[in-house]
Design a protein around this ligand. Structure first.
Ligand SMILES: *Cc1c(COP(=O)(O)O)cnc(C)c1O
Length: 433
């Protein structure tokens, strides 16, 4: 039986998976969601299977009946060709789920590669190249660029907030060349996101320049993110008969939502906590205030500098009962001073170095321990600390080894074009290039 995909705003027709992935945003401005979540239990998965095998089994019901279904195992093999190890954190059964072993050293490589593998296989009648627009607060842009670099018929345009990404992130964003163009926006991430949304919603522009998105608003990035949670939860279940309790560094809410969907489908995932930086839109909501998007503020965990998390719409659609949602999920804000202290303390006491995003989740774990919480927790490590050397190295007092794909990117030249934080400026730029 095949699933339909509907818009969170309910004013657009239901579509199949391929159409939802190709479109990015629904025509009514909402985000595509599966009309219902399938159910799977532990027995649906091969105990000895690889991450790619788990992904293919997990995503099969989402792809059933779609033209991409037959290619799903190949898509998963392409996208999940690096590991997501679940590593002991060294006390009370805690662990770290390392999601940064891909080409750009952040978890977004999984989703970006999966989306690229899907889009590459979709039939296209259009002869003009498809422009993938991506707003990034730091890591998305590089992951998407790496996934689409030098692919025929595809162009990637990255928008990032000038001066608000780490020097190494900026270098990564600008180093691809060929079919990838980086635009540095005189504004913040929310401006970049607004510009992208406006372009995608502009039918007249779309008629001239075929556009798609690759932000976490794209279902083709969100769905595969369930796979590493499923794989880790199954491993933990088989090893200890325990559900996985997760603390997820959160910005746009795509990574954490994938964990919640994996749990709703039937995987052994227990508590999920959201760790946010000083951008406290979600912590305020979960503390009981009405949902109020705000302007983003710049923090050390810049890939989480989001004041209006776009997947909130999907979260509310998935959990329509607000009281239950608030009971089942918690969100906490961690400021820059606490991020710094956490990185320094873990390097000193445990000899382990973490990125500023992962540090928000570690800080939350430290607080839970102080409050006497005895449950085993898994901290989700979303990026390699070497991407944030300018923040991390002074705190830990030594240089960090650079993973080889990152080192190769840093060895290339980089360039980005400046642009105003204005939707019309992006329209003009797209129409002229
Ligand atoms: C994008 C990103 C996040 C936030 O993930 P969301 O899906 O936007 O919540 C956290 N950490 C790192 C390193 C990221 O790149």
């Amino acid at each position: 039986m095949s699933l339909c995909y509907v818009s969170t705003r309910s004013a657009a027709p239901a579509v199949g998976l391929s159409a939802a992935i190709a479109a990015g945003l629904a025509p009514d401005g909402g985000l595509y969601v599966p009309e219902r979540l399938p159910s799977l239990d532990v027995s649906a998965f091969d105990r000895e299977g690889s991450l790619a095998d788990t992904a293919a089994a997990l995503l099969a019901p989402f792809f059933a009946g779609d033209p991409l279904a037959e290619a799903l195992p190949a898509i998963c093999a392409e996208a999940f060709d690096f590991a997501a190890p679940l590593r002991e954190l060294g006390r009370r059964g805690d662990s770290v789920l390392e999601l940064f072993h891909g080409p750009t050293a952040a978890f977004k490589d999984f989703g970006a590669r999966f989306l690229a593998a899907c889009l590459r296989r979709l039939p296209r009648t259009e002869r003009r190249p498809l422009t993938i627009l991506v707003a990034t607060s730091g890591d998305t842009g590089a992951a998407v660029a790496a996934a689409f670099h030098r692919q025929d018929g595809m162009r990637v345009v990255i928008l990032y907030p000038d001066g608000l990404v780490s020097p190494r992130q900026a270098h990564q964003l600008g180093c691809f060349g060929d079919n990838v163009q980086a635009l540095r926006v005189a504004g913040r991430f929310d401006d970049c996101q607004r510009m992208v949304k406006a372009a995608l919603n502009d039918a007249e522009l779309q008629a001239r320049v075929p556009l798609s998105s690759a932000n976490s608003i794209s279902l083709g990035r969100l769905l595969p993110q369930m796979a590493y949670y499923a794989h880790a939860a199954l491993a933990r279940w088989h090893e200890r008969g325990e559900a996985l309790n997760l603390i997820v560094p959160t910005g746009n809410l795509g990574n954490a939502l994938a964990a919640l969907w994996a749990r709703a489908i039937g995987l052994p995932i227990g508590r999920v906590e959201l760790a946010c930086n000083a951008n406290a839109t979600l912590p305020a909501y979960f503390a009981g205030a009405p949902y109020t998007p705000r302007e983003a503020v710049a923090t050390l965990a810049n890939a989480m500098d989001v004041g209006a998390p776009s997947n909130f719409e999907r979260l509310r659609w998935s959990f329509p009962d607000e009281d239950r949602l608030r009971a089942e999920l918690a969100a906490h804000s961690v400021d820059d001073a606490a991020i710094r202290r956490t990185i320094a303390a873990h390097a000193r006491d445990g000899g382990e170095v973490f990125c500023p995003h992962t540090a928000t989740a570690l800080h939350r774990l430290d607080r839970l321990r102080e409050q006497g919480d005895e449950r085993p927790w898994t901290v989700v490590a979303t990026a390699h600390p070497a991407k944030f050397d300018s923040v991390v190295e002074p705190l830990v007092g030594h240089p960090l080894p650079v993973p080889s794909p990152l080192a190769a990117m840093l060895a290339r030249g980089a360039q980005a074009q400046p642009i105003e934080a204005d939707a019309q400026a992006l329209r003009d730029w797209l129409a002229a290039t």
